[in-house]
Design a protein around this ligand. Structure first.
Ligand SMILES: N[C@@H](CCC(=O)N[C@@H](CS)C(=O)NCC(=O)O)C(=O)O
Length: 207
């Protein structure tokens, strides 16, 4: 059985739990206390992820794949969750999915997810974090504005069907309010959040 090295409140890990569930693939969850360095032990760094982070997908043969969006891509290959698997526009749609997954990791997650983590995990607000906070809020809102503009004319991120691009971006957008991001000015995002939550076999981050 697949094993997911996991943490219950992590949006990055939730992406993988959501896709595995929607694909109907059984998996074992191994929980880590990320607040107390459980992913920084010599064993974890040696055997699971040298970068010291979850999620990590461990295959039946013991190979370990870190990075949430790489895991989504691996699992979605050959399924409708990787856009364009069955049509001529596949190359373009897959590139668009990758475009949005890169956007999520560079412009969205480092701002929106980090602020949420600081607040919900009640981490010590060091001088360094206090100094970084306004910039993270500013760039988090900027990411939401980019998404709002895109979704104003579209139903999903890559083409017109739900895909791993939506899963990647949904994970931290639907809990952005927990980091103090006001979603009121973003009606197109709010409509898209509902479309994603209405997909078959959807699970909550708390499930
Ligand atoms: N780019 C990575 C980020 C992974 C990440 O930041 N994981 C966090 C939890 S969301 C973690 O493991 N933190 C524990 C630590 O850094 O020690 C991904 O998308 O999987």
């Amino acid at each position: 059985m697949l094993r997911l090295h996991d943490s219950a409140t992590s949006g990055n890990a939730y992406k993988v739990r959501l896709l595995l569930t929607q694909l109907g693939i059984p998996f074992e969850r191994i929980e880590y206390d990320i607040d107390h360095g459980a992913t920084r032990t010599p064993e974890f760094l040696r055997d699971k992820n040298a970068n010291g982070r979850i999620p990590v997908l461990e295959l039946e043969d013991g190979r370990c794949l870190p990075e949430s969006n790489a895991i989504l891509w691996y699992l979605a290959e050959g399924t409708p969750f990787l856009p364009g698997a069955r049509d001529d526009g596949g190359r373009w749609l897959r590139a668009q999915a990758l475009q949005w997954m890169c956007f999520e990791q560079y412009s969205h997650e480092p701002n929106i997810a980090t602020v949420r983590y600081w607040i919900t995990h009640k981490v010590e607000m060091t001088a360094e974090r206090e100094a970084a906070l306004p910039g993270k809020r500013k760039w988090g809102v900027a990411a939401l504005e980019v998404m709002e503009q895109h979704l104003g004319a579209r139903t999903f991120f890559a083409g017109d069907a739900y895909s791993i691009a939506d899963i990647a971006i949904y994970a931290y957008t639907h809990v952005a309010d927990q980091g103090g991001f006001d979603m009121e000015p973003f009606p197109a995002i709010r409509a898209w959040l509902k479309r994603v939550a209405d997909q078959p076999r959807h699970i909550a981050i708390t499930d």
